[in-house]
Write a protein that binds this ligand. Structure first.
Ligand code: UP5
Ligand code: MG
Length: 196
């Protein structure tokens, strides 16, 4: 069902570290398809008649990780769709996996990741970015209470995933506490070094 050689780059980092921003730039310059797990979940949540709408809304507001079956299915379908439509094989999977069970299931069901981009950013900086974005984003989790919960989940639940990949020498760490273009320069340099 899946192309034999799909290339997956996981893009991880705390809430507001700049995953979406950097992925958008990579799509412009490289042949990548950008799939944000959070975006897919929000889209599913807003699909009329979705049986998971309320559940997703609750987990996102509480900064908790939605049960893996839902997210993996959304990603699986999105990957298959891109492949069938235009033969896309190179994927940036943004904001996933962020819990160990997801990481292991995805490897088994879909594919291993080739590389992990890990965006490192001080919490204070991410907080300011998210509060600022919250003025206009309309995202239900861009408020102080939800942001704090997201930070806690990131440290307790998602960092072990980064460490799991680091043990396999797959992680490229990028400092995100710089202007967007400066961060992007580091990203491109890393991609060149790793021949992505
Ligand atoms: N900005 C970006 N880079 C900047 C820079 N270098 N300098 C100055 N400003 C910068 O950026 C955030 C804001 O910062 C923007 O305003 C941007 O302009 C500015 P963005 O690129 O959006 O950062 P990103 O890391 O993508 O932040 P996001 O809020 O999307 O991260 P999260 O990981 O919190 O959100 P996501 O959408 O991935 O997940 C949301 C929720 O979905 C999770 O909390 C969870 O409940 C659920 N979820 C799951 O359950 N399972 C999953 O697998 C995935 C998500
Ligand atoms: Mg994002």
């Amino acid at each position: 069902k899946y192309p034999e050689s799909i290339n997956i780059v996981f893009v991880l980092g705390g809430p507001g570290s700049g995953k979406g921003t950097q992925c958008a730039k990579l799509v412009d310059d490289f042949k990548f398809i950008h799939l944000s797990a959070g975006d897919l979940l929000r889209k599913e949540q807003n699909t009329p008649g979705s049986e998971f709408g309320d559940l997703i809304a609750h987990f996102i507001k509480e900064g908790l990780i939605v049960p893996q079956e839902i997210t993996i299915n959304l990603l699986k379908n999105a990957i298959a769709e891109s492949y069938e439509k235009n033969g896309g094989r190179n994927f940036l999977i943004d904001g996933f996996p962020r819990k160990m069970d997801q990481a292991l299931s995805f490897e088994k069901i879909v594919s291993e990741g080739k590389l992990v981009l890990y965006f490192e950013c001080p919490e204070e900086v991410m907080l300011q970015r998210l509060l600022n974005r919250g003025k206009t984003s309309g995202r239900a989790d861009d408020n102080l209470e939800s942001i704090k919960k997201r930070f806690t989940t990131f440290i307790q639940t998602s960092m072990p995933v980064v460490e799991y990949f680091a043990d396999q020498n797959k992680v490229v760490k990028v400092n995100c506490n710089e202007p967007v273009d400066a961060v992007y320069k580091h990203v491109v340099q890393q991609f060149k070094e790793k021949k992505i």
